[in-house]
Structures are given as structure tokens and as C-alpha cells.
Design a protein around this ligand. Sequence first.
Ligand SMILES: [Ca+2]
Length: 116
Amino acid sequence: MLILCALLAAGSLQFADENLPGVRIGSVTPFTGQPTTNYLVADLDEDGLSDIILPDRVYLQRQGRFPEDLRISWPEADLDGEADVFGSALYVRTASLLRVFKRTEERWEELIERHF
Ligand SMILES: [Ca+2]
């Protein structure tokens, strides 16, 4: 907290409003003390900046903002299942299928498709 106050006082941190449609932050979960959200955070394109993964799209970050031209769709529009991230990979699991995707060179690359 002391470091944050010092950075704010020095003017090196700037906060700006930005409309991120679809992003929701809910109530705090008593067990974790963290608010519930409808998104995941990960550096999908490995540029060192955290991106936001929503149920139907991904917001890539550039210079502390989420430009509209970098609000991209999921690898496939009809992906339906549970999603998670590990490192910079996006995992999608359905009842019978596990698929892993990675964002490279402005497109999605499928790394794994495994039926079980
Ligand atoms: Ca990123």
C-alpha cells in the first residue's frame, strides 16, 4: 500500500475510464475474499500485458488500454464448454473433448484436440 501511495504521489500511475462491455464484477466470496467475475486474466499473446478473456471474446491489452480493434473473437464461435488458462494457452473442455489454443501472429493456433 505504501508503494502504491508513493507511485500515485509521484504521478507514475495513471488510471483512465474505459468501457469494457460484458465485463462484470460481482460480490465478494466469503471463502476467498475475492469478488466473483465473469472473466479470466492471462497474457494470451505473451507481450507481458494481461489480457481479459470473456465467455465470448478476448480483450488484448496495449499500453494499459484495451483498444476496440484488439477485442477479438474466440478461436471458434461455437466453442461451448468450460474454459481456463494455463500460461498463455486457452483450454476449453466439453463432455468429450479437450482443446488447447494459443494466440500467435494475430490468429489462433490449435495445439491439442483430444477426445476422451
Ligand atoms: Ca497480452
